[in-house]
Ligand binder design. Sequence first.
Ligand code: SAT
Ligand code: MN
Length: 591
Amino acid sequence: MSSQLAALNQWVDDVARLTQPAAIHWCDGSDAENAALVAIMQASGDLIGLNPQTHPNCHLHRSHPGDVARVEHLTFVCTSERDDAGPNNPWMAPAEAHAKMDALFAGCMRGRTMYVVPYCMGPIGSKLARCGVEITDSPYVVANMRIMTRMGAAALARIEREGSFVTGLHSIGELDPERRVIMHFPEELTIKSYGSGYGGNALLGKKCHALRIASHQARSEGWLAEHMLILGIENPKGETHYIAAAFPSACGKTNLAMLIPPEGYARDGWKVWTIGDDICWMHPGEDGRLWAINPEAGFFGVAPGTSAKTNPNALAMLDRDAIFTNVGVTADDQPWWEGLPGAPVKDWQGRDYDPAKGPAAHPNSRFTVSAKQCPSYSARAEDPQGVPISAIVFGGRRASLVPLVFEARDWTHGVLVGASMASETTAAATGAVGVVRRDPMAMKPFCGYHFADYFAHWLSFGGSGAKLPKIFHVNWFRKGADGAFLWPGFGDNLRVLEWMIGRISGEAHAVDTPIGRLPRLSDLNTEGLALSAEARESLLALDLPAWHDELESVAVYLDELGPRVPPELRRECERVAASLAAYEAVDPVDA
Ligand code: SAT
Ligand code: MN
């Protein structure tokens, strides 16, 4: 046995001694293994079979009703120095955290099977990919990890070859919110998670490894681990540009990643290719460009609102081999959520559906499905080199202030734009929904180290010679006086992406403003689009006094992050504020 596998075996033995499982199962990722697990879960009620005619090999999982989202206040980054975790993360000293977790894990798997899940984040043959091993007592977690990662024998072989891997220990425990905690030890490449079966808390390859631990590794190794979708846009000439875009959870990343071009665009030959919908690892290539892979192999998407209108590609991949969590069901056992035709008879808790008790599907109900089933899945998604990124897009959910799109003037300004991102909170995390909070680069819940150091790391890419992507900011969520969205969104977002590509090739026009470069409405292709007069007037307008206040609030936010904030970023914030003060208002709309 290789020394790598000896180390892995030793860890598995140690965990078994601590958790006392009735049996240990090493996962090979095979179909037979999955079928056996599904049978076990059907017998236990963990999975419920759905209509085999309309949805072959699809299953429903109903979680504990108190375990439906990530728990940011219970998610710790345990660095030896408190300040290294930053004010953006709950922190606990590593020794204390290990002791706390070991006490929770002691004997917790009695009577249960302990699964050992080797996995690879990224194409199995890619230098950019990284491996991990998750130990869990939840067969639901195993079934999801099988879809979301390259799990099983191939990953184990790579671990044996390579040596280094992230260790993740997970138990659903008692699913008691009072005994729920997720600890990250980035200096030890270790994760310990107890008391939740929910995606981001329990599928340790995803947010825990591919963002929190990986962002920490990326900083010391000179790359970026980001909460971004990756898509390719093919123009009628057959050229494809790849775009990475960061939005907070439940702000439409999956829909954007699978965008279907609007009628005129499709006719002219535009195509959109999906690489990933949630996480992006970007490495500087020898050519000075950033090259990106999607570390995941599947989608863990928000179900409600996914429909033939909003995301036909997603709907098309969800009629076979999928796991649905906390959705409703119809009389003939089809999965159902708000936004679909038909009617539910049972809600997400398995109760008879009663609109007085709330929606049939939980607002954070999810589907888990292999990326290979996506009709727009890019052939380049499995490319071990990744794809070269032409543009980075930041976006939030902002009912007012922020225009539909603007371009940062350069990399440093773009880093400020990303650092000052803000968004209304969603159901993806527990807590109040709809409150605007700063969410830099959509990484507030996921950055495994001090935000100030993270901004410095981003700035460090700005060296001369690098062929860095252009940086843009978008806001699809601007609302009018009546509270309705001003921009149609979904497929029509391609109109905005086309302008970005025009900016990259130097063909599209923009107006310089203090906050960045804005298109005039006439610079966007609005053919076939019925925009209201209010939308035409305000989607690209600048409210200067409100932007003043915004820049002041960004400066306060940077101050709150403390003295580690790079001076370059503060100076950039001052530069924008000064240029706002000096700005003679020109009307950027069709000026
Ligand atoms: O945290 S999850 O990965 O489960 C979903 C999300 O919030 O993006
Ligand atoms: Mn996410």
